[in-house]
Design a protein around this ligand. Structure first.
Ligand code: SF4
Ligand code: SF4
Length: 157
């Protein structure tokens, strides 16, 4: 059961599909559903994806350990597949309050990972690339986000 937010106009971490895997950029190349050189178990062998720029709402950390093709296949839009050359995550999301460990969409105090905060290293289904931070490398983002000392899981590669 998904947990509701206690803050009006915000969704809970559970409702948002909030995940946090420090060191990840939430790319297909870091997801356990990737297959072959450029395929995804959800989209089938005929649909090419990018391991270095793509991601979707079904992202799950891990090595692909023989995940079968998952028929019937989804279309890209159904799982929110998108591409960004530097990856995704709160640190590149326009909803993230950089320096505040907060988010304008997701209730930071709702039950779930990273209690009490929205981590720069997390991600969720509402990720929307920020005009400037989405284009930055991890190294550049470290300089900007290290002004957020309250982020207990802020560790970049
Ligand atoms: S498209 Fe989604 S499920 Fe498939 S490999 Fe990429 S992140 Fe994983
Ligand atoms: S900052 Fe963006 S990716 Fe992170 S929890 Fe908020 S909406 Fe989701």
């Amino acid at each position: 059961m998904k947990t509701a937010s206690t803050v009006p106009d915000k969704v809970s971490k559970a409702e948002a599909g909030y995940v946090c895997t420090p060191g990840c950029n939430y790319l297909c190349g870091e997801c356990q559903f990737r297959k072959g050189e450029s395929q995804c178990a959800f989209f089938g062998p005929a649909a090419g994806i990018s391991f270095t720029e793509g991601s979707c709402n079904a992202w799950k950390s891990g090595d692909p350990k023989g995940v079968p093709w998952l028929k019937p296949y989804y279309g890209f839009a159904e799982l929110g597949y998108a591409e960004n050359k530097n990856g995704f995550g709160c640190k590149r999301c326009e909803h993230f309050g950089a320096g505040k460990n907060d988010c304008e969409k997701v209730d930071r105090k709702s039950p779930g990972l990273t209690p009490g905060i929205i981590s720069a290293e997390a991600c969720c289904d509402f990720q929307k690339p920020d005009k400037e931070r989405a284009q930055m490398t991890d190294g550049k983002l470290v300089q900007i986000l290290k002004a957020s000392p309250g982020d207990r899981v802020l560790r970049f590669r």
